[in-house]
Design a protein around this ligand. Structure first.
Ligand code: NAP
Length: 294
């Protein structure tokens, strides 16, 4: 049994919609805002209260989960006109599930705390399909007491939770995890391309890879869609590109050189410029195909 919790969601793109559907199904009281209102229809039909601003979400919620594109968007919906700050009240807590840089995250936490609003970092691994099932992996950092206060909500959203010390730490881990995703997508794409260059079926490569210890969830699942040219998105190439940029910017600030992700940044930027941004992030294979046969 759950307390009747008043939860808010700001941002109902692919991930936010999935998280919202699961929370409604689990019996939570949900207030929702999305900049593009059409993307809230499914949640409204399932019982969410749809409002016209992040301010109204704040007025109606004890915990707001932010799930928007990037740090700019987080700041806009938090501190802009009719933003979350304008609806602040005692006890309001904000959890940011967007993937952003740890440095931006720390600054955002600081601004919220200056206004006596508690803010947690709560990025996740897993896409909309796992969100609908409540099976995301959630990485949290921030104030432990505040996290514990809403632990029941996070346990509903995720089947695995890791709590880490220090503001921004969860976002640092999330970027390191997305670095893995980037390299896996690129490695699979180049392996498939090499196979095709010699007119050998890339399925052979995948089947053999998946019989070794080097297999991954991506090589066992998405890779078979990749070789069929199926790039329907659960996480867009453009959104992975903004995470790659966050990784390279964070590395610069910490004074460390990461040559592979710098190269990936160039490739994903080119892919977005060439119109591949709306594909799934594994659509980098389609971009590599294009540069081989312009
Ligand atoms: N999809 C995944 O598998 C996944 C997994 C883990 C983490 N994430 C992270 O979760 C976040 C959302 O991802 P997603 O896949 O749901 O992306 P998405 O489908 O592209 O949705 C992006 C969301 O951000 C909103 N947004 C963008 N700019 C905004 C602005 N300036 N002001 C207000 N709202 C703005 C969009 O509103 P509009 O609808 O009005 O454009 C939309 O609600 C991203 O940070 C992503 O990296 C995604």
């Amino acid at each position: 049994m759950y307390l009747i919790r008043k939860i808010g969601i700001v941002g109902t793109g692919m991930l936010g919609n999935g998280v919202g559907l699961h929370l409604l199904q689990s019996g939570f009281n949900l207030t929702v805002y999305n900049r593009t209102k059409e993307k809230t229809i499914e949640l409204e039909n399932k019982g969410a209260k749809i409002v016209n601003s992040p301010k109204e979400v704040a007025e109606n919620s004890e915990l707001i989960i932010i799930i928007v594109k990037d740090a700019e968007a987080v700041k806009e919906i938090s501190f802009g006109d009719n933003g979350i700050l304008k609806g602040k009240h005692v006890g309001l807590t904000v959890a940011d599930m967007s993937t952003i840089s740890p440095l931006e995250s720390k600054n955002i936490t600081k601004i919220f705390s200056e206004h006596k609003i508690m803010k947690l970092d709560t990025p996740v691994m897993g896409g909309p399909n796992l969100a609908i099932l409540g099976e995301l992996v959630l990485i949290a950092s921030g104030d432990k007491e505040t996290f514990d206060k809403f632990k029941d909500v996070f346990e509903e959203i995720a089947s695995k939770i890791f709590f880490l010390e220090g503001n921004g730490t969860a976002h640092l881990v999330k970027l390191s995890l997305n670095l893995q995703i980037t390299m896996l997508a690129l490695a699979l794409s180049e392996g498939i391309t090499l196979m095709r260059s010699a007119s050998v079926d890339p399925k052979i490569f995948l089947d053999i890879l998946n019989s070794t210890n080097f297999k991954t969830g991506m090589s066992e699942n998405k890779a078979y869609k990749m070789i069929q040219g199926k790039f329907d998105s659960t996480f867009t190439l453009a959104n992975l590109r903004k995470d790659i940029s966050a990784i390279t910017e964070t590395a610069k600030v910490f004074g460390v050189k990461l040559p592979m992700i710098e190269k990936a940044d160039e490739m994903y930027a080119e892919a977005v410029t060439n119109g591949f941004g709306k594909l799934d992030y594994t659509g980098i294979l389609a971009y590599i195909k294009k540069i081989n046969r312009p």
